[in-house]
Design a protein around this ligand. Structure first.
Ligand SMILES: NC(=O)c1ccc[n+]([C@@H]2O[C@H](COP(=O)([O-])OP(=O)(O)OC[C@H]3O[C@@H](n4cnc5c(N)ncnc54)[C@H](O)[C@@H]3O)[C@@H](O)[C@H]2O)c1
Length: 303
């Protein structure tokens, strides 16, 4: 058989396999989606488990810590803001639940190693700490580039490097990343933040594949992509968006639900994933027109 025919056969085989796997997976997923409209997805019980949340001093992280604590787990609250993190842990304890506060800069490898030694095993690691950074590319100084990428991406590597070994040892665990819809769709005046969130989505996808290759399906991964959440006043004053921002408490409730259902990747609100998938399937001109219909415009240099 000559090389040309072999190439054609190999491509035909790959295309056939691709179409078969796609049709099979899509029909399974579609049936599951329809089934779960009637029967809610099963949620795991995390009572008695240890859950670590970074960036828990305020915003989404604080709401996640409060909500998770009500499910009977022991919440390890971590943040660079010492006063804020004490407040979150105290509020949880006042509600009659279990929490501990640790002040830690998640971009500092030594600090993260010390944290891991003090905390020990965690069942669920929620990498939430992040910096919201909106600015046009030419207003973005190199110092901000390193700070945002270190906080929003590199910190996930440090946390995973220090907490995944314990999960592998026990063959049990769950790693959650709070990415953003900005990690799925590109908007203007937010290049640095968008780069960091695309990186987190990629990191989580690759980590999932790595765990699969290791045969560690007991260690779950979840990548959450929330839409705008009202955690800072500028979200209202400086962002012009057709879909109104969410409240942190509502976003946290949806995030916790997705974690308990061990979903691999989801947006908050849920329906945005379909909108974003539609964008990506359309040709450039059409998708950009669709972006003009469901717009989120970040004003010039607001933060
Ligand atoms: N607010 C939104 O519109 C929105 C939307 C999608 C995704 N997100 C993501 O959700 C996460 C939380 O966002 P938020 O709006 O609650 O932010 P926030 O600014 O209200 O809270 C972030 C927390 O992270 C902490 N933090 C920052 N750097 C840290 C470091 N180096 N070490 C330890 N802690 C550190 C801060 O002290 C703060 O308590 C972020 O990753 C953000 O990118 C936010």
């Amino acid at each position: 058989m000559n090389g040309g025919i072999r190439k054609v056969l190999s491509w035909t085989r790959m295309l056939t396999e691709f179409v078969l796997v796609c049709s099979y997976s899509l029909s399974v997923e579609l049936s599951k989606t329809i089934f779960h409209i009637v029967v809610p997805r099963k949620c795991k019980d995390i009572k008695g488990e240890t859950v670590l949340v970074t960036g828990a001093a305020r915003g989404i992280g604080r709401e996640l810590a409060l909500k998770l604590s009500t499910l009977g787990c022991h919440v390890i609250c971590v943040d660079i803001n010492a006063e804020g993190i004490m407040r979150t842990a105290q509020d949880i304890v006042k509600m009659g639940h279990k929490a501990q506060a640790y002040t830690c800069d998640v971009t500092d490898n030594t600090a993260v190693e010390e944290l891991a030694k003090k905390v020990g095993y965690v069942d669920i690691l929620v990498n939430n700490a992040g910096l919201l950074y909106f600015d046009p590319i030419l207003n973005t100084p190199p110092s901000s580039v390193s700070k945002v990428l270190e906080t929003n991406v590199a910190s996930h590597f440090l946390m995973i490097r220090n907490f995944l070994p314990g999960m592998l040892e026990r063959n049990k665990g769950h790693i959650v990343a709070i990415a953003s819809c900005c990690g799925l769709i590109a908007l203007a005046n937010v290049t640095l933040y968008t780069s960091s969130k695309y990186a987190v989505v990629g990191l989580m996808g690759s980590l999932t594949e790595e765990l699969k290759l290791l045969g560690r399906s007991n260690i779950k991964t979840t990548c959450v992509c929330p839409y705008l959440v009202r955690t800072i006043p500028e979200i209202d004053s400086e962002v012009d968006a057709r879909i109104p921002p969410l409240e942190a408490v509502d976003a946290a409730r949806e995030i916790v639900k997705g974690i308990l259902q061990e979903r691999g990747m989801f947006t908050v609100p849920n329906y945005l994933r379909s909108v974003i998938t539609t964008y990506s399937l359309l040709p450039d001109n059409t998708s950009s027109r669709l972006k003009d219909v469901i717009y989120t415009r970040i004003k010039h240099g607001v933060m």
